[in-house]
Design a protein around this ligand. Structure first.
Ligand code: F6R
Length: 359
């Protein structure tokens, strides 16, 4: 069943390219995004979006908030479902309530959805499991089509959730006429290249395998990024901590100087996401500050970076989402290889269950 891969997680990382094509099938057309699941004028009367989710699904939501605001010009807030439930949130009926869940059974996310429904909000879920509780409870559901995900550490579900959300932001932009035809066309062109950006090459995997042996000790990892690469940093750190049991944090790069930089020394491993298309100079100067404090830097970027102790050169440099997906694969494989070297059972990490159906 593992088809020659050591772990389901590894198999699922390799599957991402293929499942992404499935996610787009019939939805990404030549000059438009289409969702059979959505009624005509789905966004009519909607003036803001609230998204609730947990864990990895929460990270895809965070990334999408940048896209909804930038592309569709609609305000988007994201909340951790377990926090949302007890904060006595103020909800208004012009808010679209989106839940994101791989399993469709996460107790906190399901309860958040029920609360939103009681408040009369229109609900949409983005799920990987058809007929799951969250799908059944939502007014409308969009399936991510990632296929069964067995690895406890979510990979292909995250990739496909993020893709659906990107498509949905474009769909909203198209409906609300906040993007030009030309921009939409360019976005679609980039979107169609995603499966290619997710292909794992032997060269990359071998490189990460070799590099991983230098990252087994030390007192922790910081994954840093800006904009959509900040949620990706959070996700990279979550993946690493789940399966390696090493301390890892994701941080917005610009925040390091507001406290965390105090931790910097050669035993602090910084995984820097340095895309060319998104605030490159800003993140570069954040990484330079860390390097000046002797932090060990592993830079992931299409642009060679002299100060890096380790450098992983990515190939896409023309669209942020393609950079996002390519860097996502790098962080997933890095977590995998570090964890395998540490002798951990990557598919059954200690203390974790695939689906969290209790509060
Ligand atoms: C991390 C992971 C968890 C889940 C979270 C939500 O790799 O898998 O953080 O993302 O428990 O689960 P779903 O998406 O099923 O609601």
């Amino acid at each position: 069943q593992k088809d020659g891969y050591r772990f389901f997680m590894e198999k699922e990382i390799y599957e991402q390219s293929r499942v992404m094509s499935e996610t787009m099938m019939g939805r990404v057309l030549d000059e438009a995004i289409a969702f059979d699941e959505l009624d005509e004028n789905f966004f009519e009367g909607i003036s803001s979006i609230k998204i609730c989710a947990c864990g990895t699904s929460y990270h895809s939501a965070l990334a999408s908030a940048y896209l909804f605001e930038r592309i569709a010009k609609v305000r988007c807030d994201v909340e951790i479902a377990s926090e949302f439930r007890y904060k006595e949130p103020l909800l208004t009926k012009d808010t679209l309530f989106i839940t994101i869940s791989q399993s469709g059974e996460t107790a906190d996310t399901l309860e958040a959805l029920k609360m939103a429904k009681r408040a009369g909000l229109k609900s949409l879920s983005i799920c990987n499991v058809d007929n799951s509780s969250i799908v059944r409870e939502s007014d409308t559901a969009i399936l991510t089509r990632a296929g069964i995900e067995k690895g406890v550490a979510s990979t292909k579900a995250f990739a496909t959730q993020t893709m659906v959300l990107w498509m949905l932001a474009l769909y909203a932009g198209q409906e609300k006429s906040t993007i030009s035809k030309e921009t939409l066309k360019n976005e679609i062109t980039a979107m169609l290249q995603t499966p290619k950006a997710l292909i794992v090459t032997d060269t990359l995997h071998t490189k990460l395998n070799r590099l991983s042996k230098r990252y087994l000790h030390g007192h922790g990892f910081f994954f840093i990024g800006r904009d959509i690469f900040y949620p990706l940093a959070l996700e990279g750190a979550l993946k690493l901590k789940e399966i390696s049991y090493r301390h890892a944090e994701g941080y917005p790069a610009g925040e390091m100087k507001h406290g965390p930089i105090a931790l910097a020394d050669s035993e602090l491993f910084t995984i820097a996401l340095m895309p060319k298309t998104m605030h490159y100079d800003k993140i570069k100067s954040n990484v330079e500050e860390l390097s000046a404090r002797d932090a060990t830097i592993c830079a992931i970027s299409p642009i060679p970076f002299d100060l890096a102790d380790d450098f992983i050169q990515t190939t896409y440099d023309a669209h942020p989402m393609l950079e996002f997906f390519e860097m996502m694969v790098v962080t997933q494989l890095l977590a995998l290889e570090i964890s395998v070297r540490l002798g951990n059972d990557v598919d059954m990490p200690r203390n974790l269950a695939k689906s969290v159906t209790v509060e």
